[in-house]
Design a protein around this ligand. Sequence first.
Ligand code: CAA
Ligand code: NAI
Length: 701
Amino acid sequence: MTNPVTIERKDEIAVVWTDNPPVNAISHAVRLGLMEAFESLAKEGDAKAIILACKGRTFFAGADISEFDKPVQAPHLQDVFDTIEGMKVPVVAAIFGTALGGGMEATLACHYRVADAKARLGLPELNLGIFPGAGGTQRLPRLIGVRGALDIIMTAKPISASKAKELGIVDHIAGGDLMAEAKAYARKLVEEGKGPRPVSRLSVDGTGVEEAFAHYEAFAKSRLKGRTSPLKALQAVRAAMDLPFKEGLALELKLCLEAKDTFESKALRHIFFAERKTRKIPGLPEDTAVHEIANVGILGAGTMGGGIAMCFANAGLPVTLVEANEDNLKRGLATIERNYERTVKRGRLSAKQKNALMANIRGSLDMANFADCDLVIEAVFENMDLKKEVFRKLDSICKQGAILATNTSTLDVDEIAAETKRPEYVLGLHFFSPANIMPLLEVVRGAKTDAGVLKSALQVGKRIRKIPVVSGICFGFIGNRMLSPYGREAQRMLLEGASPKDIDSVLEDFGMAMGVLAVYDLAGIDVGHKIREAMRDNKPDDPTFFAAGAVMNDAGRFGQKTGTGFYRYEKGTRGRFEDPDALALIRKTAEDLGVVQDPPGREEIFERCLYPLVNEGANILDEGIALRASDIDVVWTAGYGFPRHKGGPMFWADHIGLDKILAGMKKYREKFGPLFWEPAPLLERLVREGKTFADWDKENA
Ligand code: CAA
Ligand code: NAI
């Protein structure tokens, strides 16, 4: 294996280069290479200054996460960075791209930092269930104070080079050629006789820190509820104040290794890689040509069309937004503008930027304006006849090679594609509401969808900052199909006497962003009801099936938008309240349907919601609707609020044991009969063979 680290010596300034594509992750080979390079430069002793630099597209993106499951191999990053910091001549970091995690910590071990103007620096480790373990919790508070360090560590968000300069992390921002400016900076240090400047020798500024600790302790308990790594991070930062550097470093390492071995960290790492795997499609040749997408058309400026238009406008793509009539177009554009204005008010967008984004969206009443679009997404009402008519029109208007997509949430994409003369250019692009915010994008592959079209959709998905997941065609695709048994049981348990709060609190204590009944209230109870009514012929033969939702719908209790649903909402408060009227309506329905009042306990609520969810995931996998179990995990963490630190439903199921899920399914089959409780054949097979969903992925995806 070639050494990813090399030394360039042209003059008195040595450059230690790392070249480890794609993102210069600090793997074992890089650690070894860096150690050898700095030790050899120390031994030779004739370099007057050293620059730490990277080739390729970015400075170090951090430790190599793929090595976290393996035993730690020397040298440890802390030792490499100690060696760098201990050099007798100044070491300058030349930062560009994203210096993240161990990458940012590498810069802190250097004595000076020069950054490209577009560089970003950050310590995102909490997103992986660990925290900075290569000196970050000890050096950053010494360099910029505890408050600033906590902000960077606890929010896990990268900062710009200019912010880093303002905070005193970066010494010089390179407006031009980074390496030329880093060398000039190093040469100047030499000329001025400035030597090493180890951060570890600085003392920690502890003024006013208790307030910052209290703030982030509260943050950890609320926003990062159920997680242990944030508390460990706080403990390590405190050690920077209380302990000498070396002892603080030792504690940081001990706590970080503990964090790395938790389920929380394994789950978050699983999601990290799972989100990147979704774009890899088995059987799709590497060299499949993609279609360039330079401008986009969107039909329908309602709830979804408007949000979708914003996604593309935000990514700098010109959008043609077509509506059926003047009023709806005006209303749609006004909603988009209002959304942007809200961002301006929050200070996250300037008025000028807002105007530029609005200028990317051209409203029109004429579908003929789609003629030159490379991709057109339809977001009109959920009605098959209308969609078919629209696709026939699009087919006749749009240029050859243009991709036609539908945002349908339930309709058969193949049936829609069959209306066109180009079914290979048709697919589903299922956005989630609010489309400009939710990161998930289900890319629905039709029977005839061309490989290049699919690949283009995945690429454009990434370009608009979505996480695209491929789904086959079935009712509800991956996400909504799994939502059905999960929500069905929640609604059935209402009839048995549980209150909405009883149910949602169990789910929220598990870590769901929102309980499922609160989700129905948010999404609109009428929306789901309409969809179920449309499938009347295929409805299961059980009068209790979503009966609680039906009674809410019939009473005009659509959820948040009407102020009442499963809960009651009060204007001006963000809270939701248990509503005696809702409880009475549900009780009456239970009586009419003859449901015995026997409220389930917390454990039963938990099992009856989550086990069918996993069971349906197994069916989806077995039928080839999802390509891999990890894709299902991404759908549920990115689109349905399943806790990332539990890794998604399939990863979590592997963790608690598939035999437990299977036993649970059988237990409730005994009680309620087979209609809803038949274990998935794949679940039974995996349990029989002593395997997991992760094994299934290894063997099949
Ligand atoms: N380790 C291993 N692989 C990594 C990696 C890392 N730190 N960062 C990225 N990769 C891999 C990805 O898995 C992906 O691999 P494939 O091509 O095989 O799918 C490839 O690099 C490219 O990644 P992206 O698709 O994400 O590329 P991008 O250009 O969209 O984003 C990035 C680049 C901003 C660097 C992003 O990859 C990222 O955020 N990486 C993780 C950064 C991070 O969390 N660093 C902290 C690591 S932990 C640490 O450093 C602990 C410590 O204290 C010592
Ligand atoms: P909506 O009712 O808010 O918007 C639909 C818009 O399409 C209306 O503004 C209407 O005037 C316009 N329209 C209707 N026929 C048209 C035509 N022939 N030409 C031009 N414009 C036309 O509906 P919404 O909620 O945006 O849904 C749109 C699609 O997105 C549906 O297929 C729906 O199933 C799907 N979807 C909806 C989600 C949601 O949460 N609302 C989530 C995911 C998908």
